[in-house]
Ligand binder design. Sequence first.
Ligand code: ADP
Length: 549
Amino acid sequence: MLGLMQDWPLRVSSIIDHAAKYHAGRAVISRSIEGPVTRTTWEGIRTRALMLAQALARLGVRPGEVVGCMAWNTSRHMEVWYGVPGAGAVLHSLNPRLGREQLVYIINHAGDRWLFCDRDLVAILEGLAADLPQVKGYVVMTDRAHMPETGLANVLCYEEIVGSEAGEAPWVAVDERAACGICYTSGTTGEPKGAVYSHRSNVLHAMVMIQPDMLDLSCTDVLMPVVPMFHANGWSTAFSAPMAGTAMVLPGRRLDPASLYAMLGHGVTITAAVPTIWLMLLTHLRDNGLTLPDLNRVVIGGSSCPRAVIESFQNDYGVRVLHAWGMTETSPLGTLCSFKPEIAALPAEERLEVQLKVGHPPFTVDLAIRAEDGDGGGEMLPWDGEAQGRLLVRGPGVVRRYLGQEADCIDSEQWFDTGDAATIDPLGYVRITDRFKDVIKSGGEWISSIEMENAALAHPDVAEAAAVGVAHPKWGERPVLVVVAREGKQPPADEIVDLLRPHFAKWQLPDDVIYVDEIPHTATGKISKLKLRQVLDEMGYRLPDQRGA
Ligand code: ADP
């Protein structure tokens, strides 16, 4: 016997319909690329997204075709976020910080037909255009008065194409399993790989994101995603906020602490970004004696959150830290560190210790850890908080196959291997100890680079730290610690190593502390161990064979 309830396709257009109908007046405040702060509502976003969908149809964009977008977080980007899938097309988000070669590769690989971009990013596309034979034209996301001079062929003005439509046509009703968006992994190892989200996976994932033990989003919140919409599905914020009727503040292109602080002033109660952004903001707050009166919680993920950041937010500013783990391939939320009753009952200091873990998964995310045996066949490991293995994940928001590949990237039980090294404790809290390719293996034993980096960051004069394995004739690999000191400071090596002692066995301590002016970062603002190894190579360090620069 079948159930007799309605089939109601899970399409992202239903999210914006809901927000516009039931939370119509909720504000979407945005720092525009032209400069001024603009203000619209969910109803306004929906109306213009419908107009854009119609404009796309007029341009000949067919359902299933791919439209690229290289843009900062603004209300226009939000319109594109819904307008493109609303036309039945697929939105490919492009990170402007990627190198030329990677951008050309992913735009061609995904088969982008049209490219949207902010006016300040036109020059990047000009530099690529000669190698993009499939692209039919470009749309610059501004009005006629602000259109830049450009040598691009077939360039349209966003406000003109949107403004000439009435937006009365309905959303294109694609199957809920149809592709909705594409996001490539940054390709730090090998070619970038495309994760293709469906309408259904995005809707389910957003429903999970807003739950109380995840972001706990409500229509009384004001959410500011600092994480760019082009990074890992924008952490789903552009779907979750309208689903919950949450107001939004979009910071535009300026992500320096002073600009972010100004945007937080629009009553932001919850915000989200990678740890580097928060390290800078906290320094800015401290140096200028500022407070965070409205902010209630901050989502931190993308790389491990240092203890000092959690402590400062919570103790100095009364802002709760939600440490999260996820990846492009998982939509991206995998786990979030909210407190189960057993944890809530602990003294504050012990709770803080738990917050260094990335928390537990919501319904729809299933996890396991498997022993590392080199070819993916190890046994499943116990959840004792000690056994360390490869973190596996499965669920309706987890990738099955990368775009354009012939084989699935999961095993027969649907497990996707994240490439992360992790432990899981009896309560189901996950600790990410490393990326497998970054684990330092000394004398057959593992040393967690993440733990070493976090311990070093506890030194007040250390601005950034990265632990890397260098080749050693006897031990295979030995750790070295690369440090960027705070401006005008010179923390002595023995002081830093002393800070590590309580957390590490003697043989795990770094052989060398190396001072550099800057640690290289990836296009998503994380430490790039790959480039750092190249730097060490140039400095004369020998690198382990399998991960040479
Ligand atoms: P990229 O490879 O471009 O950084 P992702 O943003 O998808 O792409 O990165 C996902 C990876 O980021 C995870 O596999 C994990 O290694 C790391 N990561 C994400 N969140 C955390 C966290 N809270 N702690 C430690 N590592 C994290």
